[in-house]
Design a protein around this ligand. Structure first.
Ligand code: GCV
Length: 875
């Protein structure tokens, strides 16, 4: 799309622009890291010229110019003019100039490794003599990236780079969104789709355009907008025309639209009697379909394919290989410069758990390594970072080292499917960097994962990075304000996997929360430790996340991973725990790594503690390198992790006066929630290990909570005791429920020494109902609240379990011996209309609006804990 031809045309009136900037200033998180908040020391940039000239007339040139004017005006609080020109006159002096030209290519033809530089490379050059700042690139999108870089430097109060060149590490820097045409998002935790609703592309694509702007600002150049479990009718002409509208709003930002397709489309959409990739009718159908797509979307990026996996059909149905299927698509796309991202996530989810040699982790190499060299040039194998599925820690996938003649892209998950679903703060770039920096020792030589996926090791320069992001319609895109650091960090690492984590997080913090040193120090340090903290109260030592894998992947549900066909087993038995994946006695998975790495993992003496149970089955009292026994280390790690999560509240609250109230309150509530839920995790896992191992905690904490009063042990009027499943997700395996519309009570007489205390009520909050709780001491109410959160979990769960368990903390309560504590719960016994249930993810029935009486909430309670008065919830 080209803008109307302009010759030194003044673009937007400053007044209008200022109004736009100011109206965007509502601190609801929608501006993310592009807030352009006025900086405290604008005088640092007093030499920066106030005239912006854009040479070029593409929509991207236009977007870059407007962005620069908007950003600089807002950051520096002075007027910047913008003029666009399509050539002719030499660039003026005393100006900021955005210019696309070949000069970059002439100047730098190769990077340090002698490979051609990516055309999106940009430079920033300041000439003191002519007082000119030149932002230049071979492509308009490079100018756009340079623009965002300049704005970022200024927003984080860094000096303007004098002579700076930046090149992306790889051409593929995409996001995948798992959005369905009906507007839901698989593993999305921030509301419905910004792209689709009711089976169609949304009429209003404003958010989609804003998302592309955010992506461009971190160097992302492709966005696959639909679920890899693709809608079967996705490729109808009607839908394709609608997708073209999304491509239109992406285009100015240099973001290519891509689609996930189902390989059965020749049948489901084309009406053929087969989808055999080698059938000539099928080949012709794909060619025609791809040509149709490019007529509508000339810069279409390509296809992502999930096949023969988790119920998706694939080439195996006809005895064909992934290469057969991928190449048919690739040949149709090649004349248009499109690519196929074929996912390496192909595995059998009906494995026999009795078979000690069966191993899902083997699937990547088993299904793809033999095809190395058989894929067309524009096929890229998209490989999840670990061999299982985005756990809090896994070893890197051995497939990275097994494909020497095939481009690869690493797939990471920004949406926190297994890592707290944007209800827990977990800064994932720490994990990704650990993965990217893993040296796989291919042929005994240095071969970091980052150098493999960027093509340096095997000379395959067409791969790169993909992240599943799943932003939603909620204003701040990912629900937790802190989660946006994951998206930002992903883009930065994809552009440059060597970018130091400290720099990434510090820049994000400054852009998102401001340049106050205390704010920056505090948030940087919280984010930097957050992966380790989350891992330590969920599944350390390479066990997997230990979440409920048959449910929502959110709260603990330990044995859900065992004894079923999904193959996420950790084999927790009486004698010990862990998957034996050794070559010597186990599944042989370790043998899929290059020799040096395999030796390291095979040998207990050299296998790292944090991956131990992924590779070995060991007794519970096995001595770790740390010197602790495995089980004691697990107990300690969970207490330390839960405490660290509780301390986030205190650390965050120390910033209260320095953060805008809207984002402060929202983030504070999330940290309070995380503090309580980390305790749910801690207790579930520790109690489970205690029971299975029979080994006591040397510190005497596990299964011993002197400050805890079980709900089932209190004097109950109306409340009835119920079993909770799985047992480890409620204290003592039990809770109480009230089925009486008038309400029920739990009372106890306290024997605490006189003093001030914090009281935590652990209860269950289900999406459907809104129960009311009132806590009183000697008949005086000290707190009343409603269980109306949409927090635990992000999707509908009608059970009392590790997903719905949550807590309310009441601080500074004066108590003395003999005080009577009463908790009154009033259930919500309303019948829920179907549309409420539908919002919660249930299926519509033929009756239309249907009553769902089982969606009531019975004011459930687990326990009350009374701890010392302090800044954190009672432990
Ligand atoms: C889109 C995991 C997730 C699925 C996802 C799948 C995949 O199994 O739980 O929701 O499906 O990975 O990556 O294809």
């Amino acid at each position: 799309m080209r803008c109307s031809s302009l010759w030194l045309k003044s673009v937007a009136s400053f007044a209008l622009l200022f109004a736009i900037v100011m109206s965007a200033r509502a601190e609801d998180g929608s501006a993310a890291w592009l807030r352009y908040a006025p900086i405290p020391h604008p005088e640092m940039y007093k030499n920066l010229p106030s005239r912006i000239f854009v040479y070029g007339d593409s929509s991207t040139d236009h977007a870059a110019g407007i962005e620069l004017q908007r950003g600089l005006s807002s950051l520096l609080g002075r007027r910047f003019t913008l003029q666009e020109t399509n050539g002719g006159t030499p660039p003026p002096s005393n100006a900021i100039i955005l210019r696309t030209s070949d000069w970059m290519r002439d100047r730098i033809i190769a990077d340090q490794n002698g490979r051609p530089i990516q055309p999106e490379t940009y430079s920033l050059n300041w000439s003191e003599e002519s007082k000119t700042l030149l932002i230049g690139s071979e492509l308009p999108v490079g100018d756009l990236y340079g623009t965002f870089q300049l704005l970022e430097e200024i927003a984080s109060q860094q000096p303007i780079p004098q002579n700076y060149i930046s090149a992306p590490s790889a051409p593929i820097r995409w996001t995948d969104e798992w959005d369905n045409l009906n507007g839901t998002i698989e593993r999305g935790y921030a509301g419905p789709s910004i792209f689709f609703e009711n089976g169609h592309v949304r009429q209003d694509l404003t958010r989609a355009g804003e998302y592309a702007r955010l992506l461009a600002s971190i160097g992302i150049n492709g966005c696959n907008v639909n679920n890899v479990n693709a809608d079967l009718d996705l490729l109808t002409t009607e839908h394709l025309k609608e997708f073209a509208r999304i491509a239109d709003v992406f285009r100015p930002w240099g973001v290519k639209l891509a689609l996930s397709i189902d390989l059965t489309s020749p049948q489901t959409v084309g009406g053929l009697d087969t989808f055999d990739p080698l059938d000539p009718k099928v080949i012709a159908w794909w060619q025609k379909k791809v040509d149709e797509i490019y007529t509508l979307i000339p810069d279409f990026g390509g296809f992502t394919v999930k096949a023969d996996s988790e119920g998706r059909k694939g080439p195996s149905q006809y005895g064909r290989t992934p290469a057969d299927a991928a190449n048919v698509l690739a040949r149709a796309l090649a004349p248009h410069h499109g690519v196929v991202l074929y996912r390496g996530f192909v595995y059998n989810n009906h494995l026999d758990w009795h078979d000690l040699k069966a191993d899902r982790a083997r699937a990547g190499v088993d299904n793809f390594a033999y095809l190395d060299g058989k894929f067309d040039k524009n096929v890229i194998i998209q490989i999840k970072e670990g061999p299982i599925d985005f756990q809090a820690r896994e070893p890197v996938s051995p497939l990275f080292a097994a494909l020497r003649h095939t481009p690869e892209a690493i797939e990471v998950e920004t949406t926190q499917e297994y890592t707290g679903q944007q209800r827990h703060m977990v800064w994932l770039p720490s994990m990704w960097k650990w993965v990217l920096d893993t040296d796989m020792r291919v042929d005994g030589k240095p071969s970091d994962v980052k150098d493999i996926v960027t093509g340096k090791i095997f000379d395959q320069p067409t791969g790169g990075f993909v992240s599943v992001v799943n932003v939603g319609i909620e204003p701040n895109w990912l629900h937790h304000p802190m989660a946006m650091a994951n998206l930002y960090g992903y883009g930065k690492l994809a552009w440059n996997p060597d970018e130091p984590l400290e720099k990434i997080i510090d820049t994000w913090t400054r852009l998102t929360w401001g340049n106050d040193p205390q704010v920056d120090r505090t948030i940087d340090s919280m984010q930097m430790k957050s992966w380790h903290v989350y891992e330590s109260y969920t599944g350390p030592n390479g066990m997997g996340t230990l979440t409920n894998i048959l449910g929502y992947h959110f709260g603990p549900g330990i044995e859900s991973a065992e004894r079923n066909g999904w193959g996420q087993w950790f084999r927790g038995e009486k004698d010990g725990i862990g998957m034996d994946r050794t070559v010597a006695t186990g599944t042989g998975f370790i043998g899929q790594y290059p020799k040096e790495l395999a030796n390291k993992y095979e040998n207990l003496a050299t296998c790292p503690d944090d991956l131990l149970l992924f590779f070995h089955h060991v007794p519970y009292d096995y001595k770790l390198h740390s010197g602790k026994t495995l089980v004691q280390s697990i107990y300690d790690s969970h207490y330390e992790g839960a405490l660290a999560a509780a301390e986030y509240v205190q650390q965050w609250e120390s910033l209260k006066d320095k953060i805008d109230p809207e984002r402060y309150e929202k983030t504070d509530a999330l940290f309070e929630y995380q503090a309580g839920h980390a305790i749910v995790w801690r207790d579930a896992i520790n109690n489970w290990f205690h029971r299975i191992s029979g080994i006591n905690d040397a510190e005497g904490r596990v299964d011993h909570d002197p400050n805890r009063i079980e709900a089932e042990d209190m004097k109950a009027v109306g409340y009835k005791t119920v079993d909770v499943t799985p047992w480890e997700t409620a204290s003592g395996g039990k809770a109480v429920e009230c089925h009486d519309a008038k309400g029920c009570t739990l009372t106890t007489t306290l024997e605490k020494p006189a003093g001030t205390y914090d009281i935590a009520v652990q209860y269950f909050d289900i999406w459907a109902g809104v129960s009311t709780y009132t806590l009183s001491v000697n008949g005086s109410t000290i707190a009343t609240w409603k269980a109306d959160d949409k927090l635990p979990p992000a999707q509908f769960d009608e059970h009392l379990d590790g997903q719905t368990s949550t807590r309310q903390t009441i601080r500074h309560v004066a108590l003395k011996p003999g005080d009577v504590l009463e908790l009154r719960g009033v259930p919500d016994l309303r019948l829920i209309l179907f549309h409420g249930a539908q919002a919660a993810g249930l299926t519509r029935t033929s009756q239309g609006l249907q009553m769902q009486p089982n969606l009531q909430e019975y004011a459930p309670v687990d326990y009350i804990e009374i701890g010392p008065d302090g800044p954190i919830t009672p432990q």
